[in-house]
Design a binder for this molecule. Sequence first.
Ligand code: ADP
Ligand code: MG
Length: 233
Amino acid sequence: MTSPLIHLKNVSKVFLTDDMETHALSNISFDIHEGEFVCIAGPSGCGKSTLLSILGLLDTPSHGTYLLNGRAMTGLSKAERTRVRGSQIGFVFQSFNLIMEMSVRENVELPLHYANVPAAERQTRVNEVLEAVGMAHRAKHFPNQLSGGQQQRVAVARALVSRPSIFLADEPTGNLDSAHGEAVMELLQRLHRDGSTICMVSHDPRFTELGDRVVRLHDGRMFDVETPVLQAI
Ligand code: ADP
Ligand code: MG
C-alpha cells in the first residue's frame, strides 16, 4: 500500500483553562490515504472539531506525531503551518464563514490572492470551481443574497480553489435544512468520485454512511467501525 496522505500516531490534545485540564483527544492513531472519504462521527464534545483543527493545522497536538504527505507537521513554526495550510488544506466550517462584504467571486478568489496567483489564472480557477459547485450564475451576488445551501457551496468552492491535497469539512450540513444538506453531500460525493481526499465530521448517520469509512470518537478516544476496538487503553 502507498504511504498515507495523513498519518497520526498517538496524538493527544489537552486544553488547560484556569485549573482545569480537558483531555479533548487521547492517543489517536489513524491514517487517511489519498482518494479516501473518511467520516468522523460521535456525540457533541467528543473531540471531533479538535481533531479536524489539528488535521487542518489550525491547532497543534499536545503530544504525538502528525505527518502530512510524509512531512512532520509537529515542530513547524506558525508561519510554516500557515503556508502548508494555504497550499494543502481546504477547510469548510458549519457556519460557512464567508466574508459578507465580498461577492461570491471575491470570496472564492481570496485564497489565490494570498497565494500570489496571477490575475488571469485566478479568473480561470474561480470560474472552474464555481462551475463545479453549480454557483457560476451567482458569481456577482453577495452571501446574504443566497440560501444557506448556496453559501455552503460557495464555501466549498473557496476551499477547492487552491487545489488542496485534502478537503476537511466540520459538520458542513449542520446549519442546513435537509434538502440543502443533501445537495451539499451530493457535491462532496462527486468531488470524491473525481479523486478528492475528504475527511468530514458529522453526527448525522445518513451522511456519515456515505463515506468509505466511518471512525467514531467517544470522550476523545477513537473507535474504528471496521475494527471496533478501543485504542490505547
Ligand atoms: P466536538 O466537535 O466533538 O463537539 P470539540 O472538539 O469541540 O468537540 O471539544 C472537545 C472537548 O474539548 C470539549 O470538552 C470542549 O469543551 C473542549 N475544548 C474544545 N476547545 C477548547 C478550548 N479552546 N479550550 C478549552 N477546552 C476546549
Ligand atoms: Mg464540533
